[in-house]
Design a protein around this ligand. Sequence first.
Ligand SMILES: *Cc1c(COP(=O)(O)O)cnc(C)c1O
Length: 478
Amino acid sequence: MTTPTYTPGVQAYIDRGAAMIEAEASQRKVMRGKKFDTIAVHGLYNMEAALANQGSINEPAYLSPAQHFENSDHMEAALAYLMPSWTYSRIANPTLHYLEETLALLDGYGYDGEVSACIAGSGMAAIFMATNPFIVIEPTMPINGHGPAKMNIVASAKCYGGTFMLFTRYANERGVEVRWVRNTLDIDEWASKIDSNTRFVYGEMPSNPSLAVFDIAALAKLAHTQDIPLIVDSTVATPALMRPLAHGADIIIHSVSKSMTTSGFAIAGALIARHNLPSRVGPDDLRANFAAYVKLLPFRDHGPALSPFNALMVLNDLRTLRSKMDHMSNNAMKVARHLAAHPMVEGVAYPGLPAQPGYELATQYMWLADGEDDYGQPVNRYGHLMGFMVKGGAQATRIVFDNLKMIWRATDLGRIKSVATIPAISTHQQQGDAGRELAGLPSNLIRLSVGAEHSADIIADLDQALMKAAQPAAMTTA
Ligand SMILES: *Cc1c(COP(=O)(O)O)cnc(C)c1O
């Protein structure tokens, strides 16, 4: 192969681009030596970048859809992806770039390989962009020489309702066999479902809303023996509490709409991938840097770009992610213990309760980043999300839910404000009885996302609502 030659004008921009890449790589290296909070506060945005932006201390919002070029040589080099540039906001944008770099640094915290991120307009867009490249039909992969292989994907049945529906769509519309794993704790069940036609393994940890967990390192090892990636949705944990790349996972999904944007002022999603990941399909570029590959090609064509204004909302919330997750986790632990002992509660699902299946695995993987600096020793933090089952069935559950006075009734989570929902009639309504049975979601389950209010006030609201459901039962027995 001969190396292409460019006119001296274009070559000058390519050289300038190489210097820009080098400068950014050295800043990335500087930030990789910093603590979690410092990364969350600054990302890659430094004094030099600020001086090129009229001195702005915060990352500026580049709301302009397109980049102006110095001349035709500059434009040619940029449009051929030969130098860093942003061209057009559907493909790239400086504000989005700073957010992507921050997310890559945060999920790469404690992992020593290269990591890149691609931000999308929602968590679902990120899940689609992260999975779709692996279920392409490759006619070069015949079964016994008779056309393309029948492909399958292996995924935890305990996952977000939207993910369940998307994968079901892959099955119904494209003939992809979806092999649901019921007991995520059973590594043999995962192993029995993965074979030479599996394209990726997908798990959510802790899962929304059943808080299921799995052994990330063991599952990554299993996927890698088949040369396929492990994709982990760790929305509920956030990198402040769990960093799966360091345990062998290949691609991380976040609904950035949730805890990462605690204020709730933006819907966003991200895929964060380590470089040089395994895949049976796709070009070498896909394996070398999956996030960059997605961003420059399929993402460009599908167009699920995030608004730069929303990226700024996310950056603003991300700066205090760790302290908020610490506080909300502490609150959640108090609420979970209280509910577990409550006479009107049948059971509580919370990864931090020793009675919870998978408690040991949650304890193995969920650690507050830099917790030892605050508490003198590493500390487990189990997040803000829990589920509890109300005694008395679906009707009593509605009474409790309808009597909440401060905790919001909404299909939302990860907020600074406490929020509750009944999954069977909301987030997981569309997957039907069979789908809910598969995911283990009873009709008396309330999903509670604990916020940053004082724990005593959250508990008081729950107590008075639970009392309301207790009264009619007491009356009928009297
Ligand atoms: C909300 C959620 C999603 C989907 O994210 P959106 O930003 O709402 O599209 C995916 N995974 C989990 C675990 C979620 O909670």
